[in-house]
Design a protein around this ligand. Structure first.
Ligand code: PGA
Ligand code: ZN
Length: 425
């Protein structure tokens, strides 16, 4: 690769898909290459996530401004990285981690650090004149992830009476990504029609899925199955279902007590939720379940995996927070058999890659994910292809900040042509 160095780094405050401030970073190289990257933001966050620095000034955006993070990019990170080789991603990320000096990036902000990390990776790819997915994943990066499309929202992502946060349609029976995307987009439209016919709301939640008031959590899954069938597909064969309970949001004490408050189902223990999941998995074509229990409920999580881990992918999100420290514990204790991977939970591209490597080495799967607050940046699409994990979640077939990722995956598939792969496992 040719020699080039980082010559400038700039940043500005922009808005995310919820209208909250977030960080956009611009990187310039000595060869004239420029790049830009924007940082996402979660709502149902894990306790141990890297810290997103917010100003806390009530006179701006109710305290959610990110001017301090912007200033940290310009005043602290830019001088430290000036003159460095953009191809040395791990070194660049380590330099920022050391400059921050805290275990959770609370000093400079994970939003400041990740923005730079992503923009540097993109600048290096542009300068090398290769697509970002190939720069990050090498010549073997040719597998397009199956889009686990979140078509029905509950929990913290919606104002309705469904406790579980995400119900995803997974087009694992499609021959290609573009066909898979069509299967689930058609299912999304059919679901809208069914909800409308039932007189239910068809407004969408933060990730673009519908958020109707239903009779029960089970009604959510049955309505999705109906939508799959009415759209002309076979549940389980063409399209399976994935669930993210995001159980933190209805946990009472993080130790095994829950209150399914939105649906009014009331108090439950870990064992009740495991029994419910076993019933659902026996009855419905569920292939993946994320955060079935809360982040502090390590023993409940392990029991869940004991009982269901042979049948389905059990994913840890809020408990692992894309951090090898927690993923390692999960591997040792058999907590799950897969980890969610969110770039901003850990705060640098190379640490997210390390989390993926750890999963792979343990024979785990890993599930690449957007955040509920997103931007029009399509970085995640390239990252998912590069990581070769076979599936991703990036919201529904609505809202531009979700669609931009799907459209980028369509582009990558087209570019790869015959070389593109698409399969569940
Ligand atoms: P978040 O939700 O981005 O609001 O954290 C996504 C998830 O829980 O997977
Ligand atoms: Zn989650």
């Amino acid at each position: 690769m040719k020699t080039t160095t980082i010559s400038a780094i700039q940043a500005m405050e922009i808005l995310d898909s919820r209208g909250n401030p977030t960080v956009r970073v611009f990187v310039e190289l000595s060869d004239g290459t420029t790049s830009v990257a924007s940082v996402p933001s979660g709502a149902s966050t894990g306790e141990n996530e890297a810290i997103e620095l917010r100003d806390g000034d009530p006179s701006r955006y109710a305290g959610k401004g990110v001017l301090q993070a912007i200033s940290n990019v310009k005043e602290r990170l830019a001088p430290a990285l000036f003159g460095m080789d953009p191809y040395e991603q791990p070194l660049i990320d380590r330099t920022m981690i050391e400059l921050d000096g805290t275990p959770n990036k609370s000093s400079l902000g994970a939003n400041a650090i990740l923005g730079v990390s992503m923009a540097v990776a993109r600048a290096a790819a542009v300068s090398a004149n290769i697509p970002l997915y190939q720069y990050l994943g090498g010549v073997g990066a040719r597998r397009i992830p199956i889009p686990c499309m979140n078509i029905l929202n509950g929990g913290e992502h919606a104002d309705n009476n469904v406790d579980f946060q995400e119900f995803m349609a997974v087009p694992l029976g499609a021959p290609t990504f573009r066909e898979g995307l069509r299967y689930v987009a058609e299912t999304f439209h059919m679901l809208k029609k069914i909800l409308k016919d039932r007189g239910l709301a068809t407004s969408v939640g933060d990730e673009g899925g519908f958020a109707p008031n239903l009779h029960s959590n089970e009604d959510a899954i049955e309505t999705i199955i109906q939508a799959i069938e009415k759209a002309g597909y076979k549940p389980g064969e063409d399209i399976a279902i994935a669930v993210d309970s995001a159980a933190n949001s209805f946990a009472v004490d993080m130790k095994g007590s829950y209150d399914l408050k939105w649906s009014g189902s009331g108090k439950m223990q870990s064992s009740d939720l495991i029994t419910l999941a076993e019933e659902w998995v026996a009855k419905y074509p569920i292939i993946l379940w994320e955060d079935p229990l809360a982040e502090g409920d390590w023993s409940g999580f392990s029991q869940f995996t004991d009982r269901l881990g042979k049948k389905i992918e059990v994913v840890g999100d809020d408990n692992f927070v894309t951090n090898t420290q927690y993923i390692r514990r999960g591997i040792e204790e058999g907590t799950a058999n897969s980890s969610l991977i969110k770039l901003n939970q850990i705060g640098t591209v190379s640490e997210a890659i390390e989390a993926v490597r750890m999963c792979r080495d343990a024979g785990w799967r890993y599930f690449i994910s957007h955040r509920s607050g997103e931007t029009e940046d399509s970085f995640l699409a390239d990252f998912a292809v590069a990581m070769d994990g076979g599936h991703l979640k990036t919201g529904s077939a609505s809202r531009g900040e979700r669609i931009v990722k799907y459209n980028r995956l369509l582009e990558i598939e087209r570019e790869l042509g015959e070389a593109a792969l698409y399969y569940w496992k």
